[in-house]
Design a protein around this ligand. Structure first.
Ligand SMILES: Cc1cc2nc3c(=O)[nH]c(=O)nc-3n(C[C@H](O)[C@H](O)[C@H](O)COP(=O)(O)OP(=O)(O)OC[C@H]3O[C@@H](n4cnc5c(N)ncnc54)[C@H](O)[C@@H]3O)c2cc1C
Length: 441
């Protein structure tokens, strides 16, 4: 039997979840196709939502993003914004995050998508498209049932690699060197009070007093006790060892999510490179985990609890009707068709493996993403949301951050539902009407 939908969302990750919820709530018969057996994508690797508050502590991302936080709180899997640290830049610039339990988010994301009325196809990989005159008619999906063609009026590419756009013949921006990739890992049995002391005393970790450190201790840790939520520094294991920049985020007593290892120079959409990245990073994680247990007192009795699949911070970026630039981000640009918001500084993990570089938004503000950044040139019924929207390498250093990505997904899903209802192509969507539907004034 032929499968037909109004909207197909390819990829049920960070952007795909909000895209599917928004499309289904907009009245579109929606299917989300996801290669893994859960939703969430990179968001369930063990990282906090960043960029939800601007540098002055003002709420930037609302809508489905806030609903997700509320649902996570109900499940006791999140305690909301963690504030209290600042970047020591030229002026006061607050740093905040929203830590959450990634395992519970897999459930919350699934239930929110289903409650909205969307369908999910798990363990299903989009392997091809049939496209004529810039319109995708169907995607080819491979799964345990074999191969199926799934038709839709509108397609949203949330694959994190712009797979759909690539297969449909869309163009990409020549962005040059890409950010590095990492496996994230979670460690238990850590003495968190001692970890702060280790940093202060320089016991195999350095950086106390540096702007990068951003230690947040809060009253409202999920364990119910005041404690450490965020700490960043550099692991220094010996004079001949390269320094390892890391962040540690804690949601409950004795546990930290670590973002510490990395491999530069590999390509997210090259199958051989993806395999090389998994192999190299698993080795890196095991080596660093071993060194941490050996050298950092707070990790003496640590146990490795979980690792994520490889995560590429940067893949390819589509060439859309507008290309968001570094200056747009840093100037806090506003657009008539601004449909999503970003507030995190430009955060570039050195493509060559050096220290991470940051660039800050003027006056600690936020910027908008035009709807046009989601429209791949030459394609009429395709929208893109997530880290592959039309943005330069530098701009993408901010737009890739999750609060912003979830807002992009909501905008794309809402637009797709409008198109499906009216029968119009993506470029015919009235930006003012879309903004009203998104509750943006
Ligand atoms: C290591 C690392 C650390 C990061 N740290 C932070 C952080 O601390 N805070 C923060 O806010 N942001 C962080 N980011 C950035 C942020 O997490 C990502 O930019 C964002 O999650 C990307 O969202 P996305 O929807 O574009 O892609 P993803 O969330 O990766 O979703 C893509 C989805 O598509 C699926 N998929 C892919 N191809 C196909 C296909 N052909 N068929 C079917 N399904 C497919 C994937 O399985 C996945 O579920 C980090 C990124 C990385 C890689």
């Amino acid at each position: 039997m032929k499968k037909q939908y109004d909207v197909v969302v390819a990829g049920g990750g960070t952007a795909g979840v909000s895209a599917a919820i928004a499309a289904a709530r907009g009245g579109a018969k929606t299917l989300v196709v996801e290669q893994y057996g859960h939703l969430g994508g990179t968001a369930v690797g063990g990282i906090p939502f960043l960029g939800a508050l601007d540098g002055k502590g003002r709420v930037v991302n609302r809508g489905i993003f806030l609903e997700i936080i509320e649902r996570l709180k109900k499940e006791n899997a999140c305690f909301g914004y963690a504030q209290g640290a600042r970047w020591n830049t030229q002026e006061e610039y607050q740093f905040s995050l929203v830590p959450f339990d990634p395992e519970i988010y897999k459930f919350v994301a699934q239930e929110m998508v289903l409650e909205a009325g969307a369908e999910i196809s798990f363990h299903s990989y989009v392997t091809g498209v049939s496209a004529v005159n810039g319109r995708i008619q169907a995607v080819e999906v491979a799964n345990k049932s074999g191969k199926q063609n799934i038709e839709a009026k509108v397609f949203i590419d949330c694959t994190g690699d712009a797979d759909l756009v690539g297969m449909a013949g869309g163009g990409f921006i020549e962005n040059g060197a890409r950010q590095n990739c990492s496996i994230l890992f979670r460690v238990g049995n850590v003495d968190l009070d001692m970890l702060v002391e280790d940093l202060k005393q320089g016991r195999s970790i350095s950086g106390w007093g540096e702007w990068h450190t951003r230690v947040i201790e809060t009253e409202k840790c999920a364990g119910g006790k005041p404690g450490l939520v965020h700490l960043a520094g550099h692991m220094v294991f010996g004079p001949d060892e390269p320094e390892i920049t890391f962040t540690a985020v804690s949601l409950r007593e004795g546990e930290v999510f670590l973002n510490a290892t990395r491999v530069p120079g590999l390509c997210a959409f090259d199958a051989d490179d993806v395999t090389k990245a998994e192999i190299a990073e698993r080795r890196n994680v095991m080596r660093v985990y071993g060194m941490m247990r050996e050298r950092i007192p707070s990790f003496k009795n640590a146990v490795l609890l979980a690792t994520s699949p490889i995560g590429f911070r940067e893949s390819r970026n589509i060439l859309g009707d507008y290309v968001l630039t570094k200056q747009d981000v840093l100037d806090g640009a506003r657009f008539e068709d601004g449909v999503a918001q970003g507030a995190y500084p430009i955060d570039i993990h050195d493509p060559n493996g050096g220290r991470t570089k940051f660039m800050f938004i003027r006056d600690g503000g936020s910027y908008e993403i035009p709807y046009r950044c989601m429209l791949p040139k030459g394609l009429e019924n395709v929208l893109v949301a997530g880290k592959t929207i039309s943005a330069t390498h530098e701009a993408n250093g901010s737009t890739r951050i999750m609060a912003c990505v979830i807002s992009q997904g909501e905008a794309a899903g809402t637009a797709a539902a409008i198109c499906a209802k009216s029968g119009a192509d993506t470029r015919a969507v009235d930006a003012a009407a879309l903004k009203r539907a998104l509750g943006i004034r």
